[in-house]
Design a protein around this ligand. Structure first.
Ligand code: PHE
Length: 349
């Protein structure tokens, strides 16, 4: 009996060894493997007859059948690997896939440095209780100038007189020259207390150079309530600058002029590069300070224009240039770096 089984075992082994070598596809090989080693395969069937053997015979035959099974399994695996490579090569030869192309993942994009800077600024302001407000980029003359106490003859218009769209719907429109028009739009809609910021693009007739661009970004701020004074403005802007440049940042207020604020101030920050110690500092030009933004107490005429009684309410406003602050905090020397879209430069920030 056992001799018979041994012959059978050899037969199976030889038979499938030859057959598997002749397989031409993975599918054919898999079918053959099931036929040889599967649950109802040839080898499994043979092993079922083990139960009729004596203990001695089982001990002798068991290892032989295991050996045959292992050998066949290894051969099947080896052949599968070869066939797999052949099939991949065949597909590649038949298609136009270019293996020299860079593989996934492609380089990921990231935020533009100006957006990073803008987000930092608005995050700090949100922390100080300001909420987001918006106005149109194409603004009418009234909101951009008149309501802000800038009448047609006022010299302040000259600096900003630009990009007019004449006489549409009996009104003149202008690409807004500052975000201050959003102050008016907000106060027309909303009764105090008001505490808003309005970030966005503005347009000037400036020529493009290292520090000027005809299109740039501002963040407007407006706070109106009872008893708001210059002290509130100084506190909030100092907190803002310290949030942006660190708790040791020093802030200076100089008197200035804007038609829509009275009194008006210009806000400087102590140069974060030389701290006022380097006579030849290229950033502050040795002055030790860097002008950052304009601000002031909202002019009573502006409040009146919006139907708010200046005898009851008062408030402050500020307007800052995002590029200017971003250039200062990131030490970027040329505003054009923001707009040239040269990834080699942008990715450094
Ligand atoms: N709108 C002014 C500008 O564009 C800035 C400013 C805003 C000044 C609010 C005072 C108050 O220069």
């Amino acid at each position: 009996m056992i001799e018979q089984l041994k012959t059978k075992l050899n037969e199976i082994e030889n038979n499938y060894t030859t057959k598997l070598q002749n397989c031409a596809s993975l599918k054919e090989l898999q079918d053959l493997q099931v036929e040889a080693l599967g649950r109802k395969g040839a080898l499994t069937e043979l092993l079922k007859s083990l139960k009729d053997l004596s203990l001695e015979e089982k001990k002798a035959f068991g290892p032989l059948s295991n050996e045959a099974k292992n050998k066949l399994t290894a051969l099947f695996e080896e052949k599968a690997a070869t066939l797999e490579i052949e099939e991949i090569n065949k597909t590649l030869n038949e298609t136009d896939i270019d293996l020299t192309l860079p593989s996934y993942p492609f380089e990921k994009g990231k935020r533009h440095p100006l957006e990073i800077a803008k987000k930092r600024m608005t995050d700090i302001l949100k922390g100080l209780g300001f909420v987001w407000a918006q106005g149109p980029l194409v603004e009418d003359e009234y909101h951009n100038f008149d309501a802000l106490n800038i009448p047609p003859h006022h010299p302040a218009r000259d600096m900003q007189d630009t990009f007019f769209i004449k006489n549409t719907q009996k009104k003149d429109f202008v690409l807004r020259t500052h975000t201050s028009g959003v102050q008016i739009r907000t106060m027309q809609k909303q009764k105090p207390p008001i505490r808003i910021i309005a970030p966005g693009r503005v347009f000037r007739k400036d020529a493009l150079d290292a520090t000027h661009s005809p299109v740039f970004n501002q963040i407007e701020g407006l706070y109106i309530d009872k008893n708001v004074s210059l002290a509130d403005l100084k506190r909030d802007l100092t907190l803002f600058m310290q949030g942006l440049f660190g708790p040791k940042a020093q802030v200076r207020f100089r008197s200035s002029f804007f038609p829509f604020t009275e009194p008006s101030v210009e806000v400087d920050v102590k140069c974060v590069f030389c701290e006022g110690k380097d006579q030849n500092c290229p950033v502050c030009k040795g002055s030790g300070w860097k002008e950052m933004l304009g601000a002031g107490i909202v002019h009573p005429n502006v409040l009146r224009n919006c139907g708010i009684d200046p005898e009851i309410y008062s408030g402050y406003a500020f307007g800052m240039g995002v590029e200017r602050l971003a250039m200062f905090s990131l030490n970027i020397k040329d505003i054009r770096n923001f707009y040239d879209n040269d990834v080699r430069i942008l990715e450094q920030f």
